[in-house]
Every structure is written in C-alpha cells, then in structure tokens.
Design a protein around this ligand. Structure first.
Ligand code: SF4
Length: 111
C-alpha cells in the first residue's frame, strides 16, 4: 500500500518572511484586489506601494528601509485578506534552503 500522506506547513504568523529583504511580486489581479481592499484607485496604489522589478517584467511591493514589507505593521499584514499569492504560498508552494531556520510554521500531516 502506498503512503499518500503529505506534510503541509501551517503559518504561525511570526511575520519573519515579511521581514526578509526581497521581491514580493504582484500580478494585475492582485493590484486590483489590493487597491479595492485599501479603497484607493489602482493608480494611487501603484504610485504609493509598488516598484518596478529589477528585471522590468512587472511590479513588486515596496519595502521599508530595513527591508521589511511596506504592509507589515507590528505583527500584522495590513492587507492580509488579499495578500499576494507569493505571501500566501510560503513555505508550501515555494521556499528556499535553510528557510526552517527563520520560519515558525508548524508541520501537519495531510491525506
Ligand atoms: S503583503 Fe503582507 S504577508 Fe506579504 S510580505 Fe507584506 S506584510 Fe507580509
């Protein structure tokens, strides 16, 4: 019999991933959803909260001078209900070597 159990990591809202310097890519659909959530126009959102990616192939969220995300406030994401797929997917859909050293997500077995 084959064992099909998988491990899924449950976020503990430690916000460590929001503090790492790096790109948080956002899609056109996410720009639409986030600007609606913030009750501003897409133009205003783009001007205030985004930057061009280094590869010039789209937009990313701005970061604070310490490298943290512009939407991190204390221990909360200001746009949590509509946060980008990149944020929601970590560490299950993508991660990087040694991510376990900084992320407090708890492993849970799933069928
Ligand atoms: S959008 Fe929210 S979840 Fe994503 S990095 Fe910024 S603060 Fe963190």
């Amino acid at each position: 019999m084959q064992n099909s159990m998988k491990i899924r990591y449950t976020c503990q809202r430690c916000t460590n991933c929001c503090r790492w310097p790096g790109l948080v890519r956002i899609s056109d659909q996410e720009i639409c959803a986030i600007s609606r959530f913030l009750q501003c126009s897409e133009y205003e959102f783009i001007q205030r909260f985004t930057r061009l990616r280094p590869q010039r192939d789209g937009l990313a969220l701005q970061e604070n001078s310490d490298g943290s995300c512009v939407f991190l406030h204390g221990k909360d994401c200001r746009i949590n209900p509509v946060k980008p797929e990149q944020c929601a997917g970590f560490p299950n859909t993508w991660n990087f070597p040694s991510w376990r050293d900084v992320c407090e997500a708890v492993p849970v077995l799933e069928d």
